[in-house]
Design a protein around this ligand. Structure first.
Ligand SMILES: NC(=O)c1ccc[n+]([C@@H]2O[C@H](COP(=O)([O-])OP(=O)(O)OC[C@H]3O[C@@H](n4cnc5c(N)ncnc54)[C@H](OP(=O)(O)O)[C@@H]3O)[C@@H](O)[C@H]2O)c1
Length: 283
């Protein structure tokens, strides 16, 4: 495997930690960042190729400092993995504007700012790979995902557009869309549930909350295996624009594609009816 420098956000636990561990084991150089950098060092121990760094992705000053520290130590960054994130799960009317802004501050604006800080290094090198951890919720929405899925849909639109802008500099952008992966994601340490507040939603709200609570630490996907898959994506000469992680994710993307196609066909004539009959139409 080619030796690369990785910069990983949210490496204190879950997917980020397993990725940092796997990358080190594969002989990679790793700037492993976390809100409390010492948690990474505690989990992984001392390692010559490991640089644990403090980074809350909502803190711009910390972003600049962490990227600069990685550049200073390793001379550049080859693979950026925007992994830090959490789910705010709840019915939209039971969430608040503050909940929505906090969700986007971490999952979207944090990811934007880390990417903004790293891209100049990658452009200078004329190579790089930005790997954005989205979710099956970035391609398919469902009740209780109005904030979380909206944030991951934003990550996906951003990633596809960015890929088009940086391709000529030898920079790849890949979306990773996990299904349910066995991490702390659904644990009270990570997930935020909306407080039940509206009687009309009481039954649905309770049903969804218990659905997620029952899945906490019971998910099918293995974060260590996802880490191995991400290592392979970084090694691929032509990495995919979007990679679905886990059979549940694959099945849900298949279902979403089929649903989109069926609806597109059902409404095709009305869609076409919008075309104007202009003399100067460009086609
Ligand atoms: N597990 C799943 O089923 C699943 C499915 C689809 C997508 N994902 C995505 O996978 C990514 C990783 O989640 P996970 O499953 O590994 O969950 P996790 O075990 O809860 O880990 C989340 C990580 O994100 C970090 N984080 C949260 N807010 C942060 C912030 N403001 N700045 C820096 N780090 C922050 C956490 O740090 P602290 O330790 O400091 O809290 C932790 O390291 C997320 O983007 C999540 O949306 C997960």
């Amino acid at each position: 495997m080619t030796t690369r420098t990785w910069f990983i956000t949210g490496a204190s636990r879950g997917i980020g930690l397993e990725l940092a561990r796997a990358a080190l084991a594969a002989g990679q150089r790793v700037a492993a960042t976390a809100r409390r950098g010492e948690t990474v060092a505690q989990a992984l121990g001392d390692h010559e190729a490991l640089l644990p760094l403090d980074l809350d992705v909502t803190d711009r000053a910390q972003i600049a400092a962490a990227v600069e520290a990685a550049r200073e130590r390793f001379g550049g960054i080859d693979v950026l993995v925007n992994n830090a994130g959490y789910g705010h799960l709840g019915l939209f009317e039971e969430t608040t504007d503050a909940d929505a802004r906090a969700q986007f501050d971490t999952n979207v604006f944090g990811l934007f700012e880390v990417t903004r800080a790293v891209l100049p290094l990658m452009r200078a090198q004329r190579r790089g790979h930005v790997i954005n951890v989205s979710s099956i919720g970035g391609i398919s929405g469902a009740a209780s995902g109005s904030l979380y899925c909206a944030s991951k849909f934003a990550v996906e639109g951003f990633s596809v557009s960015l890929a088009d802008e940086v391709r000529d500099f030898g920079i790849h952008v890949t979306i990773v869309g996990p299904g349910f992966i066995r991490t702390d994601f659904l644990d009270p340490r990570s997930v935020r549930f909306a407080e039940p507040a509206i009687a009309d939603y009481a039954e649905l709200s309770e049903r969804l909350r218990s659905f997620y609570q029952q899945r906490n630490h019971q998910q099918a996907g293995d974060p260590a295996r996802l880490a191995q898959a991400i290592l392979q994506l970084a090694e691929a000469p032509s990495p995919p624009q979007r990679f679905s992680a886990g059979s549940d994710s694959l099945d849900m993307v298949d279902a979403r594609l089929a649903q989109l196609k069926e609806e597109l066909d059902a409404w095709r004539a009305l869609s076409r009816s919008v075309d104007g009959e202009w003399e100067d139409a460009a086609g």
